[in-house]
Design a protein around this ligand. Structure first.
Ligand code: PGA
Length: 276
């Protein structure tokens, strides 16, 4: 991390794609094509592909050194550590495999009825297990059309974060991904200015919850139909610290383009820092 600025983060959400037979190779290709100083790369494959991606990330580090490691994340965890929860995976089971976790993705809110409260419990588990959380928030199209997008996101944040101490969030490296639901997998995107305004609103809410340095420290990513062709609009906004990429993250050319743009952005932001 370059001191004095929030690092750029590009997180790949592979969703329910890839198999243990092909995930390692895809991760190796992406790792080799996306090395950029000042950019944190995170690959989040399906659970069963975590060992293959972990191995690819370790191999990349052995070859290139520890400076810009590819980090590995899960897409979900259960809110308990163990028990009679058929088909579930707990935070502690990810030891040695993942160091990040996506929580509260809109597809989980939609398909598994995850509430803000439940997501908050998962967040507690992630922090206890030392997993760096990417908490996803975002409004539906009807919310935006009604001018309610900030109110909706504020409710999601307060619901998920209310019971967690600010120092735990800060020390755990909380990242927020702003993903307007209507932009996910649709080819539609927010405007850069709207995403920026939301990122500032998110930091203000988190600051009001006690993390007073959130405006300076809290990374906020944009997600929703990000591609190498549209990412520049988001990285042009200083309030946006990176991207959570779905469909395009399975394509090495796309990842190479997105991370290259993140690298250019990191260098530009570093050049703008006052000399210390
Ligand atoms: P998308 O998905 O880039 O395919 O829209 C983003 C996400 O769901 O995180």
């Amino acid at each position: 991390m370059i001191s004095g600025m929030r690092p750029l983060i590009v997180a790949a959400n592979w969703k329910m794609h890839t198999t243990p037979a092909d995930a390692g190779e895809l991760a190796r290709v992406i790792a080799a094509r996306t090395r950029e100083p000042g950019v944190t790369r995170v690959i989040c494959p399906p659970f069963v592909c975590l060992p293959a991606v972990r191995e690819a990330a370790d191999e990349d580090e052995r070859k290139n050194g520890p400076a810009e490691p590819v980090e590995v994340g899960a897409q979900n965890i259960h809110h308990e550590l163990a028990g009679a929860y058929t088909g579930e995976v707990s935070a502690t089971m990810l030891g040695g495999l993942a160091t990040w976790v996506i929580l509260g993705h809109s597809e989980r809110r939609r398909d598994f009825a995850e509430s803000d409260e439940l997501i908050g419990l998962k967040l507690v588990r992630a922090l206890e297990a030392g997993l760096r959380p990417i908490l996803c928030v975002g409004e539906q199209l009807a919310d935006r059309e009604a001018g309610q997008e900030i109110a909706v996101v504020e409710r999601q944040l307060r619901g998920a974060l209310a019971a967690i101490d600010a120092p735990a969030l800060r020390d755990g490296g909380l990242v927020i991904a702003y993903e307007p639901v209507w932009a996910i997998g649709t080819g539609l995107t927010a405007r850069g200015g709207d995403a920026s305004a939301m990122a500032e609103a998110i930091r203000a809410v988190v600051a009001s919850l006690g993390w007073t340095d959130a405006p300076r420290e809290l990374p906020v990513l944009y997600g929703g139909s990000v591609t190498s062709a549209n990412i520049a609009e988001f990285f042009a906004e200083h309030a946006i610290d990176g991207a959570l990429v779905g469909g395009a993250s399975l394509k090495p050319d796309e990842m190479a383009g997105i991370v290259a743009r993140a690298g250019v952005t990191a260098r530009a932001r570093l050049a703008e820092l006052p000399a210390s």
